[in-house]
Design a protein around this ligand. Structure first.
Ligand code: HPA
Length: 279
C-alpha cells in the first residue's frame, strides 16, 4: 500500500520556529529582506539591532556557504524597522525545495507582509554590467524543483497559487525610480533561477537568452513561489556581479562574485534604505 503523503511543511516545527522568533524579537515589523551572496553588509548597518542565530530556530536548515552567516537581525534603517535574514541557504547545498522555503514560511507565519529578495546574479542581457542592479519583473524557475510539492495545507495557502505577477510591479517601478534618482544604474528584467553549483556553460546561457532571461542566479525562485503561496508582497533585486558565461569572454569564479558585491555595497545600502521607506 502507498504511504500517505507528507505535508510539504511540518506544521509543528513551523509553530515552534515562530515561537522562538517571537520570543527573541517580540512584536515584529512588516518587512523582511533576505540577503544574497556578499550582501550581508546590510545586516551590520542596522541600528538597535537584535540577533537570532538560525541554529537556534527549530528546523532551520544549516548554511554551508562561505560568506553566508546564519542569523536573523531585527533593527532600524534610518528609523525604519526591518528584519534581515543573513546567510541564505541554497539548493546546491543539497536542500530540498521545501526546506529552502522553510525560512519564508516562518517569516510569513510571523506576520511579515513584504519580502525583499536580494541576490547576486550574472548578466545575460548585454546592456547590463557588473555593479548595475536589476529589479526583478518576473522569474523562470529552472531548478526543476517546487517547494509546494507534497500534501498541501490549505491553511498556508492555495494548492495552485497564481504566478502571473510574483513580484509587485508598483514596488519594482518604485525601486527603479529610487535607484535612478540616486545615480545608480538600474534595469528591470527577468531572473532565471538554476540549481548550481557549477556556473553555466556558454550554451546554457545562450539558451537562457533565447527564452527571455536577463540575469541568472542560484537562488530566489523557489523561495518566491512559497512567498506567493503565502500571499506576501515580493520585491526582487539582483545585484549584477558578473557577465554570465560566454557573454564576457572570461572564466567565472565565486571570488569574483563576492568581490563585485563588496564593491557595490554602498549603492546597495542606499537603495535598500530608501526602498524600505517607500514600502
Ligand atoms: N551564474 C549563476 N549564479 C550566479 C552568477 C552566474 O553567473 N553570478 C552570481 N550568481
Amino acid at each position: 500500500m502507498q504511504q500517505p503523503l507528507e505535508n510539504n511543511i511540518d506544521q509543528e516545527q513551523l509553530a515552534e520556529a515562530v515561537d522562538v522568533v517571537h520570543e527573541e524579537f517580540g512584536e515584529l515589523c512588516e518587512t523582511a529582506i533576505i540577503l544574497g551572496s556578499g550582501l550581508g553588509v546590510l545586516a551590520e548597518q542596522l541600528k538597535n539591532a537584535h540577533f537570532l542565530a538560525t541554529k537556534d530556530i527549530p528546523g532551520y536548515p544549516p548554511s554551508t556557504v562561505a560568506g553566508h552567516r546564519g542569523r536573523w537581525v531585527v533593527g532600524e534603517l534610518e528609523g525604519e524597522k526591518i528584519l534581515a535574514v543573513q546567510g541564505r541557504i541554497h539548493g546546491y547545498e543539497g536542500h530540498a525545495a521545501t526546506v529552502l522555503a522553510f525560512p519564508v514560511h516562518i517569516l510569513a507565519s510571523c506576520g511579515i507582509k513584504n519580502l525583499v529578495m536580494t541576490n547576486a546574479a550574472g548578466a545575460i542581457n548585454r546592456f547590463y554590467a557588473p555593479g548595475h542592479f536589476m529589479a526583478i519583473d518576473d522569474q523562470i524557475n529552472l531548478t526543476f524543483a517546487n517547494p509546494l510539492i507534497g500534501k498541501n495545507d490549505e491553511g498556508l495557502g492555495p494548492r495552485f497559487p497564481d504566478m502571473s505577477a510574483p513580484y509587485d510591479r508598483s514596488l519594482s517601478r518604485k525601486l527603479v525610480h529610487i535607484g535612478t534618482r540616486l545615480g545608480i544604474k538600474m534595469h528591470r528584467g527577468i531572473y532565471v533561477g538554476v540549481r548550481g553549483p557549477s556556473y553555466e556553460s556558454a550554451a546554457e546561457i545562450r539558451m537562457f537568452e533565447r527564452i527571455g532571461a536577463d540575469a541568472v542566479g542560484m537562488s530566489t525562485v523557489v523561495e518566491v513561489i512559497a512567498a506567493v503561496q503565502r500571499g506576501m508582497r515580493v520585491i526582487g533585486i539582483s545585484c549584477i556581479s558578473n557577465m554570465a558565461t560566454g557573454i564576457a569572454n572570461q572564466p567565472l569564479s565565486h571570488d569574483e562574485v563576492t568581490e563585485a558585491a563588496e564593491k557595490v555595497k554602498d549603492d546597495f545600502l542606499l537603495l535598500i534604505t530608501k526602498l524600505v521607506h517607500e514600502i
